[in-house]
Design a protein around this ligand. Structure first.
Ligand code: SF4
Length: 354
């Protein structure tokens, strides 16, 4: 694996004071900078060496596609070793932008409804590669910008949210994900509750978060997809027999530590016709999630990625929602964006599986 930017910088400039690396990191995120030579906060000789020795971005663009109305864009990026990943930029109804970031090349979790899961795991991304997916969109989509720390965002087209829901299981790349999150939080105006890390539920790592002082207070979304252990195992083969009670115990502890009005735990639930979308399934989910304070349910219409499942009908989704709402749960139904360019949930496969 190539050295990180920080390692390369330290080798190149071993005698520089510590604050210099902070300046370098900040320069990477500044809207006006499109290469090392633009980073005028750094000495000219340093800029020239950096331009020669260290790449400004970890990826080359392979292709980029957009929904017809431009609200969703998906890019296929190639890393220096030839690995390919996808990242998505989405505009919400209020005109702000979210970036969906990948954390691994492929994924080992094998969820049955997911195109990435069909690839298997090739490798984990470095912290630089995770951060650079966010930077890519600022560099390529003028005038869309990443807000600066304490920067004025009035009248700007800004990226307000980041979701780690692209290719890969973030908890299986724990250290690099943590480093990337801390880098983003230190160098941008995007706050921790505007960042969501999605996990299929790797319990040892989720438990580690509870003790890890370096883990930032970002939001967590758990891909639950069923509150029935047999159904869950069928669609998420990584699920262990005791997963649901153990996850519940973890969720109680997590929410007692972090839960509040702006920091909640989300249970993601993909709606698969005839698999997990009956009223009975909804009642099981309500019974599971209701006792947890600050837990939300996000229903996700299935996107035809792997061909094995069908999308639940609107009627079924609304009936499912009603059961949850009647139980007093906070429920959202994700607007499925990017389906026509295969940029929606479960469809990212680096151009491999189609
Ligand atoms: S849904 Fe997420 S965890 Fe499951 S296979 Fe796809 S990328 Fe991996």
């Amino acid at each position: 694996m190539n050295k990180t930017r920080h390692e390369q910088f330290s080798e190149l400039f071993p005698n520089e004071p510590k604050y210099r690396w902070k300046q370098v990191e900040l320069a990477l995120f500044q809207e006006k900078n499109h290469g090392w030579n633009d980073a005028t906060s750094l000495p000219a000789a340093m800029r020239a060496s950096l331009a020669e020795k260290i790449s400004w971005l970890s990826f080359e663009k392979v292709t980029e596609v957009a929904e017809r109305d431009g609200s969703v864009r998906k890019v296929l990026l190639e890393a220096e070793d030839g690995s390919r990943i996808e990242s998505v930029l989405m505009q919400n109804k209020s005109g702000k932008y979210s970036v969906c970031v990948s954390t691994q090349v492929g994924c080992a979790m094998g969820c049955a409804f997911c195109s990435t899961g069909k690839l298997g795991l090739k490798r984990s991304l470095t912290a630089d590669e995770i951060v650079d997916q966010l930077r890519y969109w600022q560099l390529s989509q003028n005038p869309i910008t990443i807000p600066a720390p304490n920067g004025d965002t009035e009248g700007k087209e800004i990226i307000t949210n980041i979701v780690l829901m692209g290719m890969g299981e973030p908890m299986n790349n724990y250290e690099n994900v943590r480093e990337a999150l801390n880098t983003i939080l230190a160098n941008t105006g995007i706050g921790p509750t505007h960042i969501t890390v999605s996990s299929a539920g790797v319990l040892p790592r989720l438990k580690k978060i509870l003790e890890d002082k370096e883990w930032p207070p970002v939001c967590i979304a758990i891909s639950l997809h069923s509150a029935d252990p047999i159904i869950r195992k069928k669609i998420m083969p990584s699920s262990s027999p005791n997963f649901l009670p153990e996850l519940y115990e973890w969720a109680e502890e997590y929410l007692s530590k972090f839960g509040n009005r702006s920091h909640y735990l989300t249970f993601e639930y993909i709606m698969l016709d005839g698999v997990n979308d009956s009223v009975e399934d909804a009642k099981k989910l309500a019974a599971y999630a209701k006792p947890l304070s600050h837990a939300k349910i996000n229903l996700i219409p299935y996107n035809d990625a792997a061909g094995e499942f069908q999308t639940s009908s609107q009627e079924k989704i609304f009936a499912f929602m009603e059961v949850l709402q009647d139980a007093g749960l906070d429920v959202t139904r994700r607007q499925s964006l990017g389906g026509s360019i295969k940029a929606a949930c479960g469809q990212l496969a680096a151009g491999v599986v189609r």
